[in-house]
Design a protein around this ligand. Structure first.
Ligand code: ADP
Ligand code: MG
Length: 352
């Protein structure tokens, strides 16, 4: 454990291009490598292969993550930002193949989440300035500016596709894939590892992760951050086989103004950060779906998360509401070990 921690601290210092290895209790060698992408440190752990195989895989992932991050940026020069410029014209154009599959999937996820997952609200997201910290002012935007962008009612449904051509019939559409690009990218990265014959691995992007296989003789054990106690773990989840665990929280990127917390998950109905929830954790094999669902269920909140989970095909959910109470599906409860007892635990009806 100490070796793992020091390895992690070392990775944090160097941010990228770091690799190290340690033995698990049952003598399985685990190779580690850290990559800085999607605004976070992505820690890759691979077990059950020799060092040369692991090194080769790390190199490939490093290049892939760099490419994905650049290609899917909504407003910096990228394939997606070109789409966004052309969506504003309402004209048909040919989009890049590196973006199309994400748009197709994002359209489906928007519909199944009743548009609570709505990547078409990129202008609102940019207005709030919490994305890269780039436009952060520490002040909420003017109500009038929010209202104007809401009035355009941008939806993924406004994007039409015909063969290799695409357009938006609503110039207010500006796509920001930040709610699920990390999950989508992690799916692809896991596929890359599997193609290279790697069967046991975990890709962990700041607590959002996908695992395949296991760590030696044991399942991977994952800590879920406490939304109000920095550096503390709220719960552990044991993950065996192919599973992704994604969390959306109001503690990840936020500022406080006049006693209110303004965070980076926007309720597309109000144009303001979602209220009623501190954090949502979703487990599903598909990392892109888990990522989008965590964002959507955060917006849905304690009253509506169950209905949205059902329509998105999600079974494993843990939601911490704004009072610190825990809401869980019974399926999720089986995997979760809480580190302390919350005021209230509400177990929903089964989702499967
Ligand atoms: P993180 O990526 O920080 O783990 P999320 O997966 O919840 O957290 O994604 C938050 C990001 O998703 C925001 O920074 C923004 O780019 C985008 N986003 C914010 N609100 C929504 C929404 N309602 N639907 C889709 N994407 C959103
Ligand atoms: Mg998400």
């Amino acid at each position: 454990m100490t070796r793992l921690l020091s390895c992690f601290a070392f990775s944090l210092l160097l941010l990228s291009n770091t690799a190290c290895e340690h033995q698990t209790d049952d003598d399985t060698k685990v190779h580690h490598h850290s990559i800085f992408s999607f605004g976070t440190i992505i820690d890759v752990s691979i077990a059950g292969v020799d060092e040369a195989t692991a090194e080769q895989a790390f190199e490939q992932l490093e290049a892939d993550f760099r490419y994905m991050h650049v290609t899917w940026h909504p407003w910096q020069r990228s394939a997606l930002s070109r789409n966004n410029q052309l969506f504003a014209t309402s004209e048909w154009f040919s989009d890049a193949p590196s973006v199309r599959p994400l748009l197709v999937k994002a359209k489906q996820l928007a519909v199944s989440s009743e548009h609570l997952f709505n990547p078409a609200i990129g202008k609102l997201i940019r207005l709030w300035g919490l994305k890269d910290g780039e436009h952060e002012t520490g002040l909420p935007p003017a109500d009038e500016d929010i209202r104007k962008l809401l009035q355009a009612n941008p939806r993924m449904d406004d994007i039409e596709m015909s063969g290799i051509r695409i357009r938006s019939n609503n110039p207010g559409v500006f796509v920001d894939l930040g709610g699920f690009a990390k999950g989508y990218g992690i799916n692809r990265a896991i596929e890359t590892l599997e193609i290279q014959g790697i069967e046991n691995a975990i890709i962990n992007a700041g607590g959002d992760l996908k695992a395949i296989g296991q760590r030696g003789q044991r399942p991977w054990r994952i800590g879920i951050n406490h939304p109000r106690k920095a550096e503390q773990v709220l719960a552990y989840i044991e993950v065996a086989g192919r599973q992704s665990v994604f969390t959306s929280g109001d503690y990840e990127r936020y500022f406080e103004y006049e006693g209110r917390r303004y965070h980076h998950i926007i309720d597309p109905r109000s144009g303001y950060p979602g209220t009623g929830t501190q954090a949502v954790t979703v487990m599903h094999e598909d990392a892109a779906l888990a990522d989008a669902a965590a964002t959507a269920l955060f917006v849905a909140g304690p009253e509506d998360w169950y209905r949205i989970a059902q329509s998105m095909g999600i079974v494993h959910v843990l939601l911490v509401d704004s009072d610190g109470n825990i809401h869980m599906s019974p399926e999720m409860e089986k995997h979760v070990h809480l580190t302390s007892k919350p005021a209230k635990i509400v177990i929903s009806k089964p989702l499967s």
